[in-house]
Design a protein around this ligand. Structure first.
Ligand code: ADP
Ligand code: 5GP
Length: 206
């Protein structure tokens, strides 16, 4: 039997680039694609739901989970801790062939080394830094120092764009969603994703 293996889709980019918007759109239109929900010590935003968008923990509880070995990867980002539990990964992989991980450049580096061809990396950028600031202000979830820190970090994060397999400039959201869908479709077709004997498979259908 010819079997198609799944892959992990790593999505990174500066805060406000549109990662969550893009990921939500492709998950909604493809039952084979699912998010891996990550854990953070950042306070929840008004529209965020525990377990759907993130798992929220105090810093003390997060560090305890680190000691227990619960995280496959974790890092400090924009002044808070973020991590991917083995449990959340397993849950996402059980239901989807393509699992999305929205992680920062440190997380992407970890997964690239760990998974190699079994991961696909996509970097999302806004058309300009000025536009990025407007989007962050428009989102209205981060204010004052937190907003400034996210903008300050953007330049440094963007310097890593070249280490990613794909770059999406998120100008019109519909175009960016189409590009991400096209990447998923093309990556699903790669011959390395298939296990089994193609000749045997074709002969059995004669
Ligand atoms: P990220 O997950 O990368 O931090 P979000 O997906 O939360 O970014 O997007 C930040 C803000 O910008 C949100 O308010 C979102 O609705 C908006 N946004 C996302 N993509 C676009 C786009 N292409 N054009 C205009 N606004 C966008
Ligand atoms: P936000 O606070 O906007 O939800 O996320 C901030 C940043 O943390 C984003 O760049 C996001 O990709 C990153 N992030 C979320 N979860 C993880 C994780 O498990 N590991 C790493 N390294 N980064 C994460």
């Amino acid at each position: 039997m010819l079997r198609r293996k799944g892959f992990t889709l790593i999505v990174s980019g500066p805060s406000g680039a549109g990662k969550s918007s893009l990921c939500r759109a492709i998950v909604a239109g493809d039952a084979g694609v699912g998010m891996c929900v990550t854990t953070t010590t950042r306070p929840p935003r008004p529209d965020e739901v525990e377990g759907r968008d993130r798992f929220f923990l105090s810093e003390e509880a997060f560090r305890e989970r680190v000691r227990q070995g619960a995280f496959a990867e974790w890092a400090s980002v924009h002044g808070f801790l973020y991590g991917t539990t083995r449990e959340a990964l397993r849950a996402a992989q059980e239901h989807h062939d393509v699992v999305i991980l929205d992680v920062d450049v440190q997380g992407a580096k970890h997964w690239r080394q760990q998974l190699q061809e079994a991961c696909v990396t996509v970097f999302v950028v806004p058309p300009s830094l000025a536009g990025l600031k407007q989007r962050l202000i428009g989102r209205g979830t981060d204010a004052g120092e937190d907003l400034e820190r996210r903008i300050e970090n953007a330049r440094e994060e963007m310097a890593h764009a070249g280490s990613y397999g794909y770059l999406i400039i998120n100008d019109r959201i519909e175009d960016a969603v189409s590009l991400l869908r096209a990447i998923v479709a093309a990556e699903r077709c790669r011959s390395i994703r298939y296990e089994g004997d193609i000749v045997k498979e074709m002969m059995s259908g004669e």
